[in-house]
Design a protein around this ligand. Structure first.
Ligand code: CP
Length: 317
């Protein structure tokens, strides 16, 4: 693997291979010494043009657990805020010897531009680009689902037969897009539930079933309910009448969460708008795996950095 830009690029076997390497990395996290020497001498740059807590910190933890050097570089407080271009920034990082660049950018396609540019000879990892994709989020979500489905016997397995319902602001969600492509490759069936105003153009071409009624979707008994954050920062218009109305019709409240079948799980990529798309009761319930998702993010990001930088070039090697 040279870059990780999109889950659309991943076929079933490649995706399962990444999840298997992540399972090995999760085993390392249970040891007294959680560090591997694998990436000693390599440099990972976290280049974040948008805010992040989970993704940035977990890439840093992942790189350090693999003994890489880490440079955290955010647009705020750097020469980017003085108008420096992506090209000049990339060439500066190249001159400093970056082996991998983990990039989050507000523009869809920015990681692809970096990967195709020739400005820098480093592995590029998309840590979220505009409303396009967030591949490591989808991988950690799939890893979390696979562990719940198959437990300790998960290695080599996909998500065939799993029924996943994704709810909310699909229009602005890179998490939803990456999940739809990856879950499809792994054999899960996906239902999307949202107000019509928060569905993207062309959704009829996605490999999903679309609905508008959350209660109907809950009564269908999904294995996984993934609530999406309302991305107010990307909204230039009113997409629903009021927050209260949204919460009443499309929010996962305590009553809806209680109706889910035994064994089903509630996911959210974070950060959560408690009281809007998810109630505090549902977010903190026994069904919620939100913190498990965060912990699994470190294992997935270790696997991705390992596969990009260890020189094996092979998934599972
Ligand atoms: N899920 C996610 O991308 O969270 P952060 O914005 O905190 O990185």
């Amino acid at each position: 693997m040279r870059h990780l830009l999109s889950t659309r690029d991943l076929d079933r076997d490649t995706a399962v291979g990444i999840l298997d390497v992540a399972a090995d990395m999760a085993d390392v996290a249970t040891r007294e010494v959680k560090k591997l020497p694998t990436l000693r001498g390599k440099t990972v740059v976290n280049l974040f043009f948008e805010d992040s807590t989970r993704t940035r910190v977990s890439f840093e933890v992942a790189a350090k657990r693999l003994s890489a050097d880490v440079i955290n570089f955010s647009a705020k407080g750097s020469s980017i805020s003085k108008g420096e271009s992506l090209k000049d920034t990339a060439q500066t990082l190249a001159a400093m010897g970056a082996d991998a660049v983990v990039i989050r950018h507000g523009s869809s396609g920015a990681p692809r531009v970096l990967a195709d540019s020739g400005w820098i000879d480093a592995g590029i990892v998309n840590a979220g680009d505009g409303t396009h994709e967030h591949p490591t989020q989808a991988l950690l979500d799939a890893f979390t689902m696979r562990r719940r489905l198959h437990g300790n016997a998960a290695r080599g397995k996909d998500l065939n037969g799993l029924r996943v319902t994704i709810v909310g602001d699909v229009l602005h969600s890179r998490v939803a897009r990456s999940n739809v492509w990856l879950l499809g490759a792994l054999g899960a069936s996906v239902r999307i539930v949202a107000p019509a105003t928060l569905l993207p153009m062309g959704i009829e071409e996605w490999p999903v079933e679309v609905g508008y009624d959350l209660d109907e979707a809950m009564d269908a008994g999904p294995d996984v309910v993934m609530m999406l954050r309302i991305q107010a920062e990307r909204m230039s218009a009113a997409f629903f009448p009021t927050a209260r109305e949204y919460s009443r019709q499309w929010g996962l409240d305590d009553e809806r969460a209680a109706r889910l079948p035994a064994g089903s799980i509630v996911m959210h990529p974070g950060p959560m708008n408690r009281g809007l798309e998810i109630s505090a009761g549902a977010a903190d319930s026994a069904r919620s795996v939100v913190l498990e998702q965060v912990a699994n993010g470190v294992s997935i990001r270790m696997a991705v950095l390992y596969l990009l930088l260890s020189g094996t070039g092979e998934v599972g090697a």
